[in-house]
Every structure is written in C-alpha cells, then in structure tokens.
Design a protein around this ligand. Structure first.
Ligand SMILES: Nc1ncnc2c1ncn2[C@@H]1O[C@H](COP(=O)(O)OP(=O)(O)OP(=O)(O)O)[C@@H](O)[C@H]1O
Ligand SMILES: [Mg+2]
Length: 289
C-alpha cells in the first residue's frame, strides 16, 4: 500500500446510541491519508454525532472507530496532539482576546506549533487579535474556531460546518486554506450543508440519513451516475408557450428542436447538469436549508 493510500481512519460495523435505541447504525468506511472526506445529510442525521465518536467525545459505541490506528474510545493525550477539531458551535473563551484564546489552546500541546500571527492574518483577524471574543461577530468566531483547530499542526482535521455563517469572500479564503492543508498531507473530515463547497472540496462524500450510510462515492461519480446533462427549450404553439427537454448528448436526433431552430421559433434554451444538491434531494427526500 502506498503512503497516500494508508487508511488513517477506519470505521467498521459502528453502532452508537444516546439512549436505548441505536442511533448510528452499521457505519463502515475508511479514509485515506491526504483525503478530504465529506459527511452530508439532513439536519439531525447524525453527522456531528459521528464526528464526536471519531474524536473521542462519545465513547460508548460498538464496533471499530480507529484514528491513526488508535481506538477513539481508548484515546490518551497523544490522540489530541494528532487531531484538530473545529466544533459545530465555536468553543472559545469569550472574555479573552482572540490572541489569548489561541495562545491558551496552543499551550495545551507539546509538539510543533503554528505561528499564531500568521494564522490570524490568513483568516483576516490580525487587526482584531486583541479584541475580546465576546465582541466578535458570528463569522469572526467561526474563523477563529477554525484556526484554533490548526495551532498544533494536527495530522487529521475534523471540521463541522466550517463555512457556515461566513460571507462568500471569507468562505472562499477558508476553502483555500482547507485545500492548502490537504496539500500538506493532512486528512480532513468535513461536514457541510453547502453542496457547492462539498463538490469543490471533497474527494469523497458519504450521505448519512437517520443515522445510517445511504451512499458513498466521489462527487463526480454521484453526478455522472445521476444522469446526463439536459437541454430545456421553450417555443410558442397555438398561442401558448410550450416547454420541452432533450438529452444534451442526443440533441441532434431531436427533430422538433431542429425544426424550431430552422424556423427561428426558439424562445429560450438552456442546458442543466445535475448537481450534488440534486443528489442530496434524491438521497434524503429533503430540501436543503
Ligand atoms: N448529547 C445528546 N444527547 C441526546 N441526543 C443527542 C445529543 N446530541 C445529538 N443528539 C440527537 O442525535 C441526533 C443527531 O444529531 P447530530 O447533531 O449528530 O445531527 P447532525 O446531522 O449533525 O445535524 P445538523 O445538520 O443539524 O448539525 C439528533 O436527533 C439529536 O437530537
Ligand atoms: Mg451537526
């Protein structure tokens, strides 16, 4: 097995429950070194719960959940040197400044550390470094929470909705930072409700619905498997607007379309390709937030 194909996360026959009824059921997947792996699914599906199992916060699970060969339920201090966690809800000291927060969290680790000023600059918080976090906006807290997960140079990053609440410019900066972390060889687990982000970032995604895996593949394969790109066109017939659809790759055999083009009767025409949002709706029967 080459280094890139090394499994850094191995989940086998995983079951977990908060109460008597099992919630996560029969979860099986592996994540390779240097991969960005997405958890997708509707609200309440169990994505954050699965991240909590993998990061050693929910330990009473059945089955295997190994991170770099260590069972997440049997983790020691070493375990947290190797993983960085950007929680769904920012976990910061509100009465401390951004820099004090980062200095504090950095002091908890023993290995090689990142330069705090550089991280603050990268996410546009350098000018606000000495402000108390209580005075931060939601997006500022999200950005600080994200770089907090990077301070100790972890091998694996767990990011739970990192771009939620960010404006498009800051979301773009964060996505670029995530891709840079992958280039450095980090493995990244990411949860997102943004299907565009998932398509841009993830090497593979798993759809989780009601605590179970529904499907796992690359975004590209999901989109290809769903079907071909289509062309929708409209035209007037008997004083009424009519709409028709053709498969893009078979457009030359659409006699009606050829006739309408020859007669300059097309009123509108556009092509549509399936997106990961379509797959999400197929998988979950739900609308995106
Ligand atoms: N600490 C807890 N105790 C009991 N039940 C919990 C706890 N945390 C989560 N749950 C329940 O587990 C289920 C899954 O929650 P989870 O937070 O994993 O969903 P999610 O997929 O991350 O949703 P979202 O997209 O809204 O973040 C929900 O029904 C939730 O109410
Ligand atoms: Mg969640």
């Amino acid at each position: 097995m080459s280094k890139n194909e090394e499994n850094v996360i191995e989940v086998r026959d995983l079951y977990f429950s908060y109460s008597k009824t099992p919630f996560l059921k029969d979860i099986n997947f592996t994540v390779n070194k240097g991969e960005i792996f997405g958890f997708l699914g509707p609200s309440g599906a169990g994505k954050s719960t699965l991240q909590k199992v993998l990061t050693g916060l929910c330990t009473n699970y059945q089955g295997t959940a190994k991170i770099l060969g260590t069972d997440s339920k049997k983790h020691g201090k070493e375990f947290y040197e190797k993983i960085g966690v950007d929680f769904e809800f920012p976990s910061l000291f509100e009465k401390l400044t951004a820099r004090e927060n980062l200095d504090y969290f950095t002091s908890l680790y023993s290995g090689e550390k990142r330069n705090v000023d550089e991280l603050l600059k990268e996410v546009g918080l350098y000018e606000h470094a000495d402000k108390k976090v209580a005075a931060f906006s939601k997006g500022m807290k999200s950005r600080l929470n994200f770089i907090k997960s990077l301070v100790h140079n972890p091998d694996i990053l767990f990011l739970d909705e990192p771009t939620s609440g960010l404006d498009p410019n800051n979301a773009k900066i964060m996505k670029e930072m995530i891709l840079k972390e992958r280039e450095k060889g980090r493995t990244i687990i990411i949860t997102t409700h943004n299907m565009q982000d998932a398509t841009e970032l993830c090497d593979r995604v798993v759809f989780i619905v009601d605590g179970q895996m529904k499907a796992l593949d690359t975004p590209h394969n999901f989109i290809m498997k769903r079907g071909a790109a289509r062309v929708n066109y409209s035209y007037m017939e008997n004083g009424k607007e009519q709409v028709n659809t053709s498969v893009l790759s078979e457009i030359s055999s659409d006699k009606l379309l050829r006739k309408l083009v020859a007669e300059n009767r097309i009123m509108s025409i556009h092509s549509t390709e399936p997106t990961l949002s379509d797959i999400f709706m197929d998988m979950t029967g739900a609308q995106l937030d």
